[in-house]
Design a protein around this ligand. Structure first.
Ligand SMILES: Cc1cc2nc3c(=O)[nH]c(=O)nc-3n(C[C@H](O)[C@H](O)[C@H](O)COP(=O)(O)OP(=O)(O)OC[C@H]3O[C@@H](n4cnc5c(N)ncnc54)[C@H](O)[C@@H]3O)c2cc1C
Length: 404
């Protein structure tokens, strides 16, 4: 059976791809696979650029475990089936007067897949999506359903939030939610030097600010989102006239509920590397990436994305115990990226950057252990839950330094 990820840079031939529709069925499947010594991997939407989901064993999809389990508007929490796609959540949450605290560029990912790699949006005080997780059900290698929550397991929740699918199968997730809110979106283009000259001011002015820097134009497509009580018909002003590469990033100002504003469409396939560097190092790192691209890789025309990310306590979170700036570089899926990404990675390394778990990087286990103070603690939790490494594929064995 052939499987490939979104951009097509990862392919695999799983023996089986199975989509169970209950937790008990999942448990049964795990028990059988472990008995047959089949490697088990779990796939969400397959939007990761690294071989996290690749296996020649059993590939599990939770596409039949989607939707809301229960919402509690008063407490601001909701339990959701882990296979739900983020785009399926906005409307049911809104019906209950609730919303996710933040979202990334797209909403195609599964909930468990997004949480499992530390997927994030932008906002200097806003943690990644997994920071809102207060509990999960994990089906472990014994087939048992283990509940890990902030209340019953305050230590292991730090391992379970971002786990790369290495602890077992997440079947349901309980999240903290906000009262539903509207966002006012403004998008515009300005020269890099201007944008950079007032970057602190731009970041402080709204709840979510980010920009895409376009190398051939040396200009930034800026996006600012801020909660508002206004209705869209109260908006004034026209769309700024922009031509060329950045045109698609600029649209008329709009107001709508958050889940209708956050996501964009990404129709052209690309490959991506992203690093989270300490917040204070963000501007210098961005300048070095810009210099690298203008001087050594002038043919790369894909924009660089610059976002902010609040620190957290999750052991494998790229924002573990530090506020961060995330910088993402892209290349068209049909073009080679190795040389460019390797050179950029040297820049990110110099700033003690931590790679996004779903995006391309070449960090060794020793380097990762040095970047993550609780690396060993995570490995202990993983070994205890999966001593035989049933959930490890070649890629995870490599980055976790686990012998075959
Ligand atoms: C076009 C595009 C835009 C993106 N935008 C952003 C962005 O704005 N911000 C950002 O941070 N990232 C972004 N990403 C990266 C993306 O969010 C992550 O790679 C995310 O993990 C993908 O979610 P998925 O559902 O496709 O997971 P997959 O790639 O399918 O899986 C990711 C990991 O989660 C595990 N997993 C999946 N389901 C389960 C489960 N039920 N139980 C246990 N483990 C599970 C998998 O085994 C794997 O380790 C983007 C990627 C693309 C292609």
């Amino acid at each position: 059976m052939a499987w490939h990820n979104w951009s097509g840079n990862v392919t695999a031939e799983p023996q089986q791809i199975v989509s169970p529709s209950s937790e008990s069925e999942l448990s049964e499947i795990v028990r059988r696979a472990v008995k047959d010594q089949q490697t088990i991997r779990i796939v969400g939407t397959g939007h990761s650029f690294v071989p996290l989901c690749a296996t020649d064993g059993l590939l599990l999809s939770l596409d039949n475990l989607q939707g809301v389990v229960a919402l509690d508007e008063t407490r601001g929490v909701g339990t959701i089936w882990a296979g739900s796609k983020l785009h399926q959540l906005g409307e049911p949450l809104l019906d209950a007067g609730l919303a996710l605290h933040n979202m990334g560029d797209i909403d195609r990912q599964s909930l468990a897949g997004a949480i499992g790699t530390g997927t994030h949006g932008t906002g200097p005080t806003l943690g990644n999506l997994s920071t809102q997780v207060v509990g999960l059900h994990i089906i472990t290698a014994t087939g048992d359903i283990v509940e890990i929550s902030t209340a019953n397991d305050p230590e292991r929740i730090h391992a379970a939030r971002v786990s790369l699918g290495a602890l077992g199968i997440v079947s349901r997730v309980t999240l903290r939610l906000l009262p539903a809110y509207r966002l006012h979106e403004r998008t515009w283009v300005e020269p890099f030097d201007e944008c950079f000259g007032r970057l602190d001011e731009l970041i402080a002015a709204t709840r979510h600010f980010e920009f895409f820097w376009s190398p051939p134009d040396d200009a930034c497509a800026c996006k600012a989102l801020h909660p508002t009580e206004m209705e869209s018909h109260e908006l004034k002003g026209k769309r700024e006239a922009v031509q060329g590469r950045l045109e698609r990033y600029v649209q008329e100002a709009r107001i709508d509920f958050s889940h209708r504003i956050f996501p964009s469409e990404r129709n052209r396939l690309f490959n991506e590397m992203e690093y989270a560097v300490p917040e204070a190092a963000g501007p210098a790192c961005m300048q070095d990436i810009r210099r690298l691209m203008l001087e050594r890789f002038p043919d790369v025309t894909w924009p660089v994305e610059y976002r902010t990310l609040g620190g957290d306590e999750t052991w494998l979170s790229p924002a573990y115990q530090r506020d961060a700036v995330t910088i993402s570089i892209h290349q068209a899926a049909e073009l080679p990226y190795n040389e460019f990404f390797a050179a950029a990675e040297e820049v990110f390394r110099a700033y003690e950057g931590r790679p996004h778990w779903g995006k391309l990087h070449a960090q060794s286990p020793a380097e990762l252990a040095a970047l993550y103070p609780r690396w060993e603690a995570f490995q202990k939790v993983r070994q205890a839950l999966d001593p035989q490494g049933c959930f490890l594929n070649d890629y995870l064995r490599e980055i976790f330094a686990v012998n075959p």
